[in-house]
Design a protein. Structure first.
Length: 202
């Protein structure tokens, strides 16, 4: 299971820095990793609808927000504290709400049910694919700050894209395939009838 130190040391090895022993090590590499860790993590989570970061919540309206302050909307629904990105609103169509700041605005009394990506600070909850992608993005950020122009940015970009692709592929396989309804043309091709077509003669 990956932890802070093991992930940081993956980066250290790739950019030629001395490995750390604890998150609190007092050297340039350790301080640089600590400074960007949260920002890189949250950016990586926002990049894809990871199963590990998916959450659902029913939001209630903030009674302290006046309708006049959010005109033309009537109600404001504060987003969860760990919210990073909205995936979908489950009980409202897209033209009946709007995100502003840290709230969803709409004209419905609520509750408003959402699926969203939450922040996951605990590395023990990360899957292996996400660990690899995060380490690659961390390397890109830290590599430039530590090594400057000697860091191979193009190589770092290629590695990050490769790790992202692998992680998304593995993440997708964890969910069952979604069955799609056949279109009229597909149904007709497979031996059915087009919607609205006259019955076939007996």
């Amino acid at each position: 299971m990956a932890d802070y130190v093991s992930i940081a040391n993956r980066v250290a090895i790739r950019i030629g820095e001395e490995e750390i022993r604890t998150p609190g090590d007092d050297n340039h590499f350790a301080r640089t990793v600590a400074a960007v860790w949260d920002e890189v993590r949250q950016g990586c989570i926002r990049e894809h609808t990871w199963n590990m970061a998916m959450a659902r919540k029913g939001l209630t309206a903030d009674a302290a927000v006046l309708a006049g302050d959010i005109y033309p909307w009537a109600y404001s629904f504060p987003l969860p504290a760990d919210f990073l990105r909205l995936v979908e609103v489950l009980n409202l169509p897209g033209d009946r709400y709007q995100i502003e700041g840290r709230a969803i605005l709409c004209d419905d009394l609520g509750p408003v049910y959402i699926r969203y990506l939450k922040d996951v600070p605990e590395t023990a909850l990360w899957d292996a694919g996400f660990v690899g992608y995060f380490a690659a993005e961390l390397e890109k950020t830290v590599g430039v700050r530590i090594s400057g122009s000697s860091y191979d940015v193009a190589r770092g970009e290629r590695n990050a894209m490769r790790m992202l692709s692998k992680a998304i592929s593995a993440d997708a396989r964890e969910n069952p395939p979604v069955e799609m309804d056949l279109t009229g043309w597909e149904g007709a091709y497979l031996g059915g009838e087009m919607p609205g077509a006259f019955p076939r003669p007996a």
